[in-house]
Ligand binder design. Sequence first.
Ligand code: ADP
Length: 245
Amino acid sequence: MAHVSEEDILAYIEELETQNEFKSELISTSAHQLRTSLTANKWALQMLIKSSYGKLSEDQLKLLTKITSNSQEMIRVVSELIDTNHTEDTHPTYNFGPIDIHNLLEEVIGDFQGEASEKDIVISFDETGPKHTIIGDRTKLKTVFQALVENALKYSPTGGAIMIHTHTREDEVVISIQDEGIGIPQEEQQHIFQKFYRAENAKRKESVGSGIGLFSSAHIVEAHGGGMWFDSEEGSGTTFYVSIP
Ligand code: ADP
């Protein structure tokens, strides 16, 4: 076997690091470009749906609503890609500031109202919970709650209910998102926060999915000094919890 010197190995590692940086850069630039185009398309679709350019038939409206919801899913996946790319950086950038948690949750629920009513699902928010201002990165935390509400919708049957609560536990706010969906099989629960992992029943119900949402959400929540966990029973439903100091 040829002799490999320490110098060769170091040079090789350096080359890999450069390649890795180049790849991250490429992913980041492409993903941002994709997100900009997708967001523009979504806006154009919404203009059509609002009949800004003429009245549409019911079938046309249905189809456009479906395309809009698919665009939203693509925007989410691309955003996750951007976040995952960031979480692998040694220095992820967080912009911390005060966040009104009720206001944030209401905003997220509003984003999914169209999709929910299409599936005949009611998202209810218990507003009697404590109103708290937490310190965090609003944009990043929003993607966490978007991922959780989106999953609750995605893995719920038509007509299901989704309930969102907040409560305080010692010096933390705990937010829960409960659904009556397919649940997570007991034997797969330990893998659920792993990158790219999707449970078998989820793959059967929804072929589209990345298995990145929970992985990057857990990273974001951890960066806030909080935690994420869930209770679930296959066939009965799932409750995801997020705690933030
Ligand atoms: P994706 O939903 O794109 O597959 P996620 O990372 O968001 O990826 O979720 C990972 C997996 O966790 C899902 O594929 C599914 O198996 C499971 N899961 C997440 N949320 C729910 C839920 N509300 N109900 C049932 N299973 C869920």
